[in-house]
Design a protein around this ligand. Structure first.
Ligand SMILES: [Zn+2]
Length: 261
């Protein structure tokens, strides 16, 4: 998760267990929109690991398959969800797009939703490259593309519903999309794996998973140039302790988190 950063440095922020694992969240975000003018929508951003992993994968990732219970706890039924956004198609971001039902069939978890992802992610997944084919599990997206339930975004910006839009921030993958949420002149941004946790705020602390690490560094600077003066709420996909906060510059000029929860 910390690429070339020495463990002596990153373990001060994120301690590892005896198996050298660290605690990570799989933070999905739900946005409810109510507007007399534009109607209402229930948007789910990211869908975690899902229930289609092998027993071995489930053990490695300590997968608890919590998303359906978490949504139910918030009073949300899968059929109520109108939009599902995937920032990219790594298996830990789109696993609950589909689920294995009681007959072993792969079915959409959110039957009435329109799903969105960048076309480049689907195309990259289909290449099954040595570098990252383990991250692309086609059951998470191919059935939705085939049925027409998944819309493939072509451009670097896309408006999803009023107040919610996607923007490509490359580096982790070529077409990773951040999600902007704007309401009552407040701006939140789900920055996904460009900055997976608040321990990754240093621009150079990029992940070993990143396909284009120099681009990640450059794009983090681009994010801070807007997020810091704009006082954006930054939402972190893998931060268990601080899923959201505002980024500020400390006395050394380094980005630092002001946690919100
Ligand atoms: Zn990823």
């Amino acid at each position: 998760m910390f690429g070339v950063v020495p463990k002596t440095l990153w373990s001060q922020r994120t301690p590892a267990d005896v198996d050298n694992r660290i605690l990570l969240g799989l933070n999905a975000l739900v946005v409810r929109l109510h507007s007399a003018r534009t109607g209402s929508a229930l948007v789910v951003i990211e869908t975690g690991l899902g229930n289609k992993l092998t027993p071995r994968q489930r053990q490695i990732h300590a997968n608890h398959e919590l998303l359906p219970q978490s949504l139910a706890a918030a009073g949300i039924r899968p059929e109520d969800v109108t939009h599902v956004l995937n920032t990219h198609l790594h298996f830990d971001h789109c696993g609950w797009n589909t689920r294995r039902d009681e007959h072993g069939r792969i079915v959409p978890t959110f039957p009435n939703a329109r799903y969105f992802v960048h076309r480049g992610e689907v195309e990259h997944g289909h290449k099954q490259l040595d570098r990252d084919r383990v991250s692309y599990i086609s059951d998470n997206y191919d059935p939705l593309v085939a049925s027409g339930q998944m819309t493939l975004i072509e451009d670097s910006h896309a408006d999803i519903v009023p107040g919610i839009s996607c923007e490509v921030f490359p580096g982790h993958t070529a077409q990773l999309m951040a999600v902007h949420i704007e309401s009552a002149r407040q701006h939140a941004c789900y920055i996904s794996d460009l900055i997976p946790t608040s321990a990754h705020l240093d621009p150079a602390w990029v992940m070993g998973y990143d396909l284009f690490p120099l681009t990640s560094i450059e794009q983090r600077h681009r994010f801070y140039q807007r997020a810091i003066p704009g006082k954006w709420l930054a939402l972190f996909t893998h931060d268990h302790h601080h899923p959201m906060g505002r980024v500020v510059l400390n006395e050394k000029g380094k980005p630092e988190l002001q946690p919100v929860v």
